[in-house]
Structure formats: structure tokens, C-alpha cells
Design a protein around this ligand. Structure first.
Ligand SMILES: Cc1cc2nc3c(=O)[nH]c(=O)nc-3n(C[C@H](O)[C@H](O)[C@H](O)COP(=O)(O)OP(=O)(O)OC[C@H]3O[C@@H](n4cnc5c(N)ncnc54)[C@H](O)[C@@H]3O)c2cc1C
Length: 381
């Protein structure tokens, strides 16, 4: 006889979106299961990020979600993290001559959200990062209040908190089919079949595929591949900022003594997949960093690629599908899914709980809900 397990809510995907929503929903008293296809919950985008909290990054909705999330991250995920989740890391945007307009826009974005930032010249930029090449760098904007995020610990804190509140987490449980059964869903997985009232689609790059399985219209989510590589250097660099080209052609930051993480900040449309780095992209990143600095990178230690999945307007999609009952979107987190995860999870729990109980006092959930709703893409259809 086939085994069928029953839960109130099943979350598809065990990355940061699935783990954080499991925490928020279980904390609100829902009976939750997370189903993840891989052996490791953070095998895809969540385990491949640059692990940075950057207040001014992305559009205004993401900046609001990031600001709302910061107190939770500073509070070590409500105490569920076993050590500090954030370590201060300033952010230095730099440009060669002609880049003043971009730096001005970055300073304006910071001012709009009240982040402390300073416009600085060549000397100020080199005081923060002495390897910047004085014949290249012309000006910079330093953004205070950035952080390195311990992503693995944050993800584990969510999983611990979710389990502590009664959630079930299943690995090796890829969802292969789903269909409406009565007033709920039946999901056929690599493990036992599952019945649930509500499906939360937290499948990252695969979110449109999961929607199609559920009979919902895809929203046009696009995974974009981004490359990261690591390299060593003799410079004592632990306290240097994250340095980003103002035109976003590169970034690099220290990763412990003598170690760096670098990226061409590339964005190539890709398929939902186990993304792999391409040599040309690594070479482009090395060239851009070598042009702006005296780091003289000649070889790398490792490289990886991950997918940043964006909706058509590049804001996340959080809310019930307009046409398919019991199908909830939690997708399109793009390049800020780690730093916005507390607020997005809180919004998810608030919407699924019909606005009954906010687990999180930092976000204006009522104002965020319509701006993140999937209906913004389907209303005209
Ligand atoms: C190079 C890079 C740098 C980044 N830097 C930052 C940064 O500095 N700060 C920041 O905040 N964000 C950053 N991001 C973005 C962040 O990593 C993502 O927004 C976030 O990880 C998305 O989380 P997710 O849970 O939606 O996706 P994922 O982590 O990809 O999780 C989705 C999961 O769904 C599972 N799944 C898919 N289909 C099925 C199925 N049929 N059945 C079961 N499971 C399924 C997948 O196996 C996967 O584990 C970066 C991303 C990349 C790639």
C-alpha cells in the first residue's frame, strides 16, 4: 500500500526561502513540511552567495525588506544562531574618471534609506583599500553599516528554529507531480506521497516549473548565472571593505587572512540547473579587478557559479496565486534573498495566517503585501 503523509503546509525547496518560511509558519503554529530534492538543503543559490548584507542594494522594495530584516539578523535569528550572524564589512563603491554620475546615484540611494555614507576621493579610497590603483580610481562612495553574513549558520538557525516549532524537513524528496485532491493537494515526491492544504513554492530557479506542475501560469522568472572565484594575496586585508566597481563590472572582498573572494558581477540568463562557472567569466573578473587594483591576480584557488532568479520587475514575488487555490509564491529573491529572508518569511506567515498574527514587528507587512503580490503580473491577463 502506498504511504501518504499529511501536513497542513508543504514548502517546496529547502534553501534560505524554504527554511525561513518553515521557521515563520511553524512558529505561527502551522503544521509544516519542507521537501528538498537534494541531499543538502543549501546546494543551490543559498550555498553559493557572496554572503554580504548591503543596505543600498537593488530596488526600493528590496531595500525596505533588507532594512526590516536587519534587526532580526543582528539579534542572531531570535537567538537560534549559535554565534553572531553578522560581522561588520563596509562597502566601497569605486569608479575611474567619468564614473561620477553612478557614484552620485549610489550616494542618493543610501541617503534615501538613511544609510550613513561618504563621498571620498582617490586618497580616501586608497586609505580603505591600499591596492586600488591610483591611475585607475578617481572617486568612491563608502557605505557604512554593511556586513558579512554567516549564511550557513543563518540557514541552520532557521532549520533548527523550524524543527523546534515542530516542522518536518525532508531531503532527497524532489517533487515530481502535484494535483488538486479535494480541497487540498497531493504531491508525488522521490519519497512518500504528501497531502497538504497549501503548497508554498520556494523552489528558487525552478519556481516557474513548480507553478506549471501545479497548473498555475508561470510568472516569467529568469535565473541569471553569476560567477565567484577565490584567490590569495600577500596583503594584510582582513579589514578592507567589500570593493565594488560603480558600474558593477567587478567586486572583491577579503575572506579571512590573505584570502579573497572576487566576481565579475556577471548576469547571464540561464536554465534552472546546477550552474557551473565558465572560464571566460572568471577571466573577465580577474581582468576587471587587475585593472582597478595592484592585486595582480594570476591564478585562482576555486570558482563556482550560482543562479540569481529575478521576476520581470526584479522584485520578489510573495503571495497566493490568483487562479490556483492554495498555491503560494515565495520566489524571485534575485541577488538579495539572504539578507531579505527574515522579512520575506514574516510576510509569508502573515499572509498565510490571513494577517492574524505578525511574528515580526520590524516590517510594514500591510504595505509590502500588495507590492510583492504575484497579481502584479497576472492582473492584466
Ligand atoms: C553568486 C551569488 C551571489 C549572491 N550574493 C548574495 C549576497 O551577497 N546577499 C544576499 O542576500 N543574496 C545573495 N545572493 C542571492 C541569494 O543567494 C538568493 O536570493 C537566495 O539564495 C535564493 O534562495 P532560494 O531558497 O529561493 O533558492 P535556492 O537556494 O536555490 O533553493 C531552492 C531549492 O529548491 C529546490 N527544488 C527545486 N525544485 C524542486 C523540486 N521539484 N522538489 C524539491 N525541491 C526542489 C532546489 O533543489 C533548491 O535547493 C547571491 C546569489 C548568487 C548566485
Amino acid at each position: 500500500m502506498t504511504t501518504v503523509e499529511h501536513f497542513e503546509i508543504v514548502i517546496v525547496g529547502g534553501g534560505i526561502a524554504g527554511a525561513s518560511t518553515a521557521w515563520a509558519l511553524a512558529k505561527n503554529g502551522h503544521e509544516v513540511a519542507v521537501v528538498e530534492r537534494e541531499a543538502s538543503l543549501a546546494a543551490h543559490s543559498t550555498g553559493r552567495s557572496a554572503a554580504q548584507f548591503l543596505s543600498s542594494y537593488s530596488g526600493s522594495v528590496n531595500r525596505e525588506l533588507s532594512a526590516a530584516s536587519l534587526p532580526f539578523l543582528e539579534g542572531d535569528a531570535g537567538g537560534w544562531a549559535e554565534h553572531s550572524l553578522l560581522a561588520p564589512r563596509a562597502v566601497l563603491w569605486v569608479a575611474p574618471e567619468g564614473g561620477e554620475q553612478r557614484l552620485g546615484a549610489i550616494a542618493a540611494a543610501n541617503e534615501a534609506i538613511g544609510t550613513n555614507c561618504d563621498a571620498i576621493g582617490v586618497d580616501g579610497s586608497r586609505a580603505l583599500c591600499p591596492v586600488l590603483d591610483p591611475s585607475w580610481v578617481h572617486a568612491g562612495v563608502v557605505e557604512h553599516g554593511g556586513f558579512d553574513i554567516d549564511v550557513a549558520e543563518l540557514h541552520q538557525a532557521y532549520v533548527r528554529a523550524a524543527r523546534g516549532a515542530g516542522a518536518t524537513v525532508k531531503r532527497h524528496s524532489g517533487v515530481r507531480r502535484m494535483a488538486r485532491r479535494g480541497s487540498g493537494w497531493q504531491l508525488d515526491t522521490d519519497g512518500p506521497a504528501i497531502r497538504a492544504d497549501i503548497v508554498v513554492n520556494a523552489a528558487g530557479a525552478w519556481a516557474d516549473e513548480i507553478a506549471e506542475m501545479a497548473g498555475a501560469a508561470p510568472l516569467g522568472l529568469t535565473p541569471y548565472r553569476r560567477t565567484i572565484f577565490t584567490f590569495t594575496s600577500r596583503y594584510p586585508s582582513e579589514h578592507w571593505p567589500l570593493v565594488i566597481g560603480a558600474d558593477e563590472s567587478f567586486y572583491f572582498k577579503p575572506e579571512g587572512a590573505g584570502q579573497f573572494l572576487g566576481s565579475p558581477a556577471d548576469e547571464h540568463p540561464d536554465e534552472p540547473s546546477d550552474a557551473k562557472p565558465r572560464e571566460l567569466d572568471v577571466a573577465a573578473g580577474i581582468e576587471a579587478i587587475n585593472q582597478a587594483t595592484n592585486l595582480d591576480i594570476r591564478s585562482i584557488r576555486s570558482a563556482w557559479a550560482g543562479l540569481r532568479t529575478f521576476s520581470p520587475d526584479r522584485d520578489p514575488v510573495v503571495g497566493f496565486d490568483r487562479d490556483i487555490a492554495g498555491f503560494f509564491w515565495c520566489a524571485g529573491q534575485g541577488g538579495t534573498g539572504i539578507q531579505t529572508s527574515p522579512a520575506i518569511a514574516a510576510l509569508t506567515a502573515w499572509l498565510i495566517g490571513n494577517g492574524s498574527s505578525a511574528i515580526f514587528e520590524h516590517a510594514d507587512l500591510g504595505s509590502l503585501a500588495p507590492r510583492l503580490s504575484p497579481e502584479r503580473f497576472t492582473a492584466a491577463a
